[in-house]
Design a protein around this ligand. Structure first.
Ligand SMILES: Cc1ncc(COP(=O)(O)O)c(C=O)c1O
Length: 442
């Protein structure tokens, strides 16, 4: 069993004859020739594994899937066209009309749109709960609850969940836990080791790492036993005509969840990862640990500087004393909490525009996890469609600024921020929403 750094470079790929290419080849093909009719028929009956058509699988995508599964400690993975597709498919595999989800109140804005709008159209109900308040999750569980969903490090305030506590609650209620680990990456945190059952990623961010391609992934730990309560999981544990009258748990055992996600949802809805994009993610994974370490150390240096700046009201980084997740960071994140964090300007909302426009190195971009440092104003950008009460519950204020720290020199980044902070008029510290303090570790 190799270490993490070795898996990053080798897992899921062995050069093969006749050419023995050292780097993973891009299999730029839509389809695959079958050796004969009997093999084709067996593969279409899902009896024989193999590639039939690149919507449901591709050899280059498979290397990315297997490498990420090795890094997360999962039994397998599915690559998707975007992180948004990974989140959607991971949950649709567990939920359908009439089912209920308990989700963190601190989520990426696009995920909130998915849960509150599109899932509502599908008849899936959602209750939001504070990720740092396990009793609130216990209180939200209903007989029709079929999943917990949360982010390993929240976007944009870098709040950390007490995942083992939440997983215990979910499992006691017979419910699996899905964790979006986009901001953590397996270089910092492996949710399956802390009680999660499924991990999802927007590979667009740190896994690719260079802001060039969109993609996502679902990794299954194979830990949740859907066969233990077949009446709760008919899609996995009851015979289906689509699967030759068999139940997926009988056909695939611990692989049933991924089999359903791939053969039904990836196949029917079609958000497949392109092989050329998978190749870029494979290359990104090769340098993940070194990049993430540098991103994180620069982010902490910048956060510490901001915490001492008079134009800054509050810095939302778990490495800064007083952050509600400082204790969880020390317990569960020995390699740090990454490089996406936020701070509030100590001024009114009118200071936001001039501050952002004065930045020269930080680019105003709706993305994170790039080699370039990025800035964003969540209240008017990524989280602008959140209802005001939901935005306040997420702790996002009107002057909250999100940073994604890149790989530039920390001194240059600090100089750029100082230059822009000089535009902020001196004033009393901006009010911090009460809910931002409600995330204390209890
Ligand atoms: C935490 C998180 N999850 C999911 C997504 C969606 O990923 P994508 O943009 O690749 O669809 C994002 C995008 O910003 C994100 O930050």
């Amino acid at each position: 069993m190799h270490h993490h750094a070795t898996h990053q470079v080798h897992a899921g790929y062995e050069p093969e004859a006749p050419h023995w290419p050292v780097a993973v080849p891009i299999h730029q093909t839509a389809a695959y020739r079958f050796p004969d009719h009997a093999t084709a028929a067996a593969m279409f009956r899902l009896e024989t594994p193999g590639f039939t058509y690149s919507r449901t699988g591709n050899p280059t995508v498979a290397v990315f899937e297997n490498r990420l599964a090795a890094l997360e400690g999962g039994i397998g993975a599915i690559g998707t066209a975007t992180g948004q597709a990974a989140v959607a498919l991971s949950l649709l595999t567990l939920l359908h009309s009439g089912r209920h989800l308990v989700a963190s109140s601190q989520l990426y804005g696009g995920t909130v749109d998915l849960l509150t709008d599109t899932f509502a159209d599908f008849g899936i109900e959602v209750t939001f709960a504070d990720p740092a308040d396990p009793p609130a999750w216990a209180a939200a569980i209903r007989p029709d609850t079929r999943a917990f969903f949360l982010e390993a490090i929240t976007n944009p305030l870098a709040t950390l969940p007490d995942l083992p506590a939440l997983a215990d609650l979910a499992h006691a209620a017979g419910v699996p836990v899905v964790v979006d680990s986009t901001l953590a990456t397996p270089a910092l945190y492996r949710p399956l080791e802390h009680g999660a059952d499924v991990v999802v990623h927007s590979a667009t961010k740190f896994l690719g790492g260079h802001g060039t391609v969109l993609g996502g992934a679902i990794v299954d730990g194979g830990t949740f036993d859907y066969g233990a309560a077949p009446e709760r999981w008919p899609q996995l544990a009851r015979p289906k005509a689509r699967y030759g009258g068999q139940a997926l748990v009988d056909r695939h055992g611990r692989g049933a969840y991924l089999a359903l996600a791939r053969s039904k949802f990836l196949h029917d809805l079609g958000p497949s990862l392109a092989p050329a994009s998978a190749a870029q993610f494979i290359q990104g994974l090769e340098t993940l640990e070194v990049r993430v370490a540098r991103h994180g150390s620069t982010a902490l240096t910048v956060a510490e500087h901001l915490a001492g700046h008079p134009a800054v009201g509050r810095v939302h980084h778990p490495g800064i004393p007083g952050h509600p997740s400082a204790a969880l960071a020390a317990r569960d994140f020995p390699h740090g909490t990454g490089s996406v964090f936020s701070f509030d300007l100590a001024a009114g909302p009118e200071a936001v525009g001039p501050f952002i426009d004065a930045l020269e190195l930080f680019q105003l971009v709706a993305n994170v996890g790039d080699v370039r440092s990025l800035v964003c104003h969540p209240a008017t950008m990524t989280h602008c469609r959140l209802a005001p009460d939901r935005r306040e519950a997420a702790g996002i204020g009107e002057t909250t600024i999100r940073l994604s720290i890149g790989l530039e020199c920390p001194e240059d980044l600090i100089a750029d921020l100082d230059h822009a902070l000089a535009t902020v008029p001196a004033s009393a510290p901006a009010a911090v929403p009460a809910s931002a303090l409600a995330g204390e570790v209890r």
